[in-house]
Design a protein around this ligand. Structure first.
Ligand SMILES: NC(=O)c1ccc[n+]([C@@H]2O[C@H](COP(=O)([O-])OP(=O)(O)OC[C@H]3O[C@@H](n4cnc5c(N)ncnc54)[C@H](O)[C@@H]3O)[C@@H](O)[C@H]2O)c1
Length: 324
């Protein structure tokens, strides 16, 4: 069994590779060749954080596995990451253990990559201004991916924390030379942009419908557990919703609270990014339509990414054997 550390996973997986792997896995999932149950949540009484187990199988890479991941929003006050993950990979035919891979970087890369794929399929092709509400780890990877699929010339940032805002601006400069604007309000951050990314752990709406220009595409990334939400539910009522997975998003995505409160009806939330990427259904229907990608995080993206990294690690002799 091979151990692949976070720094090895970093070296083995670029955003270009992640975009290709995640797009292929999304298509496979749409066609039924990649499979997964909904993720399982483990709540810890008295704690604000939780754990999730995410098993999946990907035919193309011939791997099965499970990701064990947390979300602890208070960790930022302890100087610890909000999200950490570990992935166990097995041979689907024999169950032989193949690898134990640090999944922290993979989680951010695949979340960024699926945000990039959503922007590629759902935003208008000439989208060039992007507003980020929340400037933490996920925002950075979303920015990296979106800059690869759209001709971005302006990035705006809003965050409750000035420190996060400054760190994001500094990090984004690694790959972005255009205009960077640090905003004091959410409305200034998203006014007249083409793409909005929300990636906060908020439990109440931050983005109002009145601030969203016609034709905007929104990547709603932060809501990935019951009770979390970042968007005014009227944005969902008016817009075209594309989920990453109907069951997961209904349970824990951006749509979970409005569905629970019956502001949103179930028939509005049946379209998935896999339907669109596999060519079975249309994404955006008109130039002025608001589109929303509701991301909760898919096990098939984790396991496809881990499978790709595992094979590359074998080819390049990276990693450490831990069990014969
Ligand atoms: N959809 C997915 O697949 C997926 C994957 C990983 C993480 N997540 C979720 O995304 C969210 C962010 O994760 P992260 O790793 O970027 O965390 P992070 O702690 O690195 O960043 C979160 C940022 O949001 C800011 N913030 C918090 N409340 C805010 C508010 N009301 N308004 C503006 N900014 C606010 C914080 O200051 C921080 O900078 C979490 O809820 C996490 O569970 C989703």
């Amino acid at each position: 069994m091979l151990h692949i550390s976070e720094s090895d996973a970093f070296d083995l997986y670029s955003m270009d590779e992640a975009l290709a792997v995640v797009e292929a896995a999304t298509r496979e999932y749409g066609l039924g060749d990649a499979t997964m149950p909904s993720k399982i949540y483990l709540e810890i009484p008295g704690q604000t954080g939780d754990f999730r187990a995410m098993p999946a199988y990907c035919k193309q890479l011939n791997v099965a596995g499970v990701k064990w991941v947390n979300s602890h929003p208070d960790n930022q006050h302890l100087n610890l990451p909000t999200v950490r993950a570990w992935i166990l990979l097995n041979d689907p035919a024999t169950a032989a253990p193949l690898a134990l891979i640090d999944g922290t970087r993979i989680t951010s890369m695949r979340t960024g990559a699926v945000g990039g794929i959503a922007a590629k399929y759902l935003s208008r092709p000439h989208s060039h201004r992007v507003g980020f509400v929340g400037a933490g780890v996920q925002a950075y990877y979303q920015a990296m991916a979106i800059c690869k699929v759209r001709p971005v010339t302006e990035i705006r940032i809003y965050d409750l924390s000035r420190e996060s805002q400054l760190r994001f601006s500094r990090q984004v400069r690694e790959f972005f030379n255009g205009k960077l604007v640090e905003c004091d309000t959410v409305s200034a951050c998203i006014k007249d942009v083409d793409i909005v990314v929300t990636s906060t752990p908020s439990r109440s709406p931050l983005v109002e419908l009145a601030w969203v220009a016609p034709g905007t595409h929104i990547n709603a990334i932060g809501a990935d557990a019951p009770g979390k939400q970042e968007l005014d539910p009227m944005i969902l009522v008016k817009g075209r919703i594309v989920v990453d997975d109907v069951a997961q998003a209904s349970h824990s995505g951006e749509i979970n609270v409005p569905l629970h409160n019956k502001v949103l009806s179930k028939h509005k939330v049946q379209l998935s990014i896999a339907d669109v990427v596999s060519g079975q259904k249309k994404g955006r229907l008109s130039r002025n339509q608001i589109t929303i990608f509701d991301s909760t995080g898919l096990g098939v993206h984790d396991i496809a990414s881990a499978g790709y990294i595992y094979r590359k690690a074998l080819d390049t002799q990276i990693g450490t054997q831990i069990v014969d």
